[in-house]
Design a binder for this molecule. Structure first.
Ligand SMILES: C[C@H](O)[C@H](O)[C@@H](O)C(=O)CO
Ligand SMILES: [Mn+2]
Length: 418
């Protein structure tokens, strides 16, 4: 489309006045993988033979028709979404997405072979895979406690599940030639005021020590731990708090995974990235959109998303922050949800790359806060959209909202027939 190219050329000139080389910005953007969570496609159901109800203090609301009910459907839906998203990305799996040929396989007995089809599919689609043990939606997590459980047998079960998960991560990494991020999130906590905060944390620390004592090849598997402030049913106390995991990660050389929905409503993750990167070389994100609580709404291009992207870009941290997504909305078309949220994450990174960050930093050091504010605001209406459209065209994905037609056709021809 000539128009898109013309508008791109005009935009390039506007940005080049500020020393921004838009062509090289797009080269940089192409190389940033986003880890797309598979669980948006089936409302975190998974494919276990003895599937449990969703638990762990998280909730998916809505009953939009057409959710994936088999691994084949989920992969097909992911392929559709990926065809609408510019760039080469990763897919993030949970243990409940194992394929066990109709057999009940306990989570502590899961093995790489149960994920062979996912690996085959990832190879065919040139995707990296990330992984998560699933410590919820299970009878052994029915009271909301897992790795910090007072019962050593229950702790042992979940410890073994996490060890097996790291081996599955190692398998993903070695097969696909790109390390797998294996992230542990547990729901453990209490609804009401605890009478002892320390003992469950001691038990969690001990469980993590046992999990990480088993060696896996770090070239293939990278361990992360995800904190949380509260969940449904754990409003008063969560064992794996931010302080707990931050301390553990620093001392044990693990990655902290920061979920944007896991903090107080006015507490921003964008303000944590620079501090955390002073002390760790790498950190990981679950980008989500909390609306009043950890509601996991689809990510929009809001101020906080742009600020997160700015923090990553202006601090030269694109290779230090592993960007993953974590939202689940069952009230809209699920393929559209993936597409909207992932395109927004990429748009935010593009926006940040098209910002004269060095100059704005210089203005701050000079105490020139007038120019700083004026330029930050003016750049919001620079022709960023023209660059985005050109990028989509170059990457062979639909430009502007035209992807919505693809999703509607897919809904009519595929999803509505489920
Ligand atoms: C399904 C995910 O693992 C889960 O959402 C977790 O990452 C989380 O954020 C829990 O609130
Ligand atoms: Mn998360």
């Amino acid at each position: 489309m000539a128009n898109i190219k013309e508008q791109y050329e005009t935009a390039k000139q506007a940005y080049s006045k500020w020393g921004i080389d838009v062509d090289s910005v797009l080269e940089t953007l192409k190389r940033v993988p986003i880890s797309i969570h598979c669980w948006q496609g089936d409302d975190i159901g998974g494919f276990e033979v003895n599937r449990g109800e969703l638990s762990g203090g998280i909730d998916v609301t809505g009953d939009y028709p057409g959710k994936a009910t088999t691994p084949e459907e989920l992969r097909m839906d992911l392929e559709k979404a990926l065809s609408l998203i510019p760039g080469k990305h990763r897919v993030n799996l949970h243990a409940i997405y194992a394929e066990t040929n109709g057999e009940v396989v306990e989570r502590d007995e899961l093995e790489p072979k149960h994920f062979e089809k996912w690996v085959q599919w990832a190879k065919e689609n040139r995707l990296g895979l990330d992984f998560n043990p699933t410590l919820f939606s299970h009878e052994k997590a029915a009271d909301g406690l897992t790795l910090s459980h007072p019962n050593p047998e229950i702790r042992k079960y979940w410890i073994n599940h996490c060890i097996q998960s790291r081996k599955i991560g190692e398998y993903f990494g070695s097969e696909l030639g790109t390390p797998c991020l294996t992230n542990i999130w547990i729901p453990d906590g209490y609804k009401d005021i605890p009478s002892d905060r320390l003992t469950p944390r001691k038990r969690l620390k001990d469980s993590l020590d046992k999990i990480f004592a088993v060696e896996v090849n770090e070239d293939h598997n990278i361990d992360a731990i995800e904190s949380k402030l509260f969940g449904i049913g754990s409003e008063s106390y969560v064992v794996g708090s931010h302080e707990f995991y931050y301390g553990y990660a620093l001392r044990n050389d693990k990655l902290c995974l920061i979920d944007t929905g896991h903090f107080h409503p006015t507490e921003t993750v964008s303000n944590k990235i620079s501090s955390m990167l002073l002390y760790s070389d790498q950190l990981a994100l679950h980008v989500s959109r909390p609306v009043r609580w950890d509601s996991d709404h689809v990510v929009t291009l809001d101020d906080e998303l742009r600020e997160i992207a700015l923090e990553i870009v202006r601090n030269g941290a694109l290779d230090h922050v592993k960007i993953g997504l974590d939202f689940f909305d069952a009230s809209i078309n699920r393929v559209a949800a993936w597409t909207i949220g992932t395109r927004n994450m990429i748009k935010a990174l593009l926006y940040a790359l098209l910002t004269p960050n060095d100059y704005l930093m210089q203005l701050q050091d000079e105490g020139n806060f007038t120019d700083r504010l004026a330029l930050i605001e003016e750049f919001k209406t620079y022709p960023f959209g023209a660059v985005w459209d050109y990028y989509c065209e170059q990457m062979d994905v639909p430009v502007k909202e035209s992807w919505l037609e693809d999703v509607k056709t897919y809904e009519k021809e595929v999803l509505s027939k489920r």
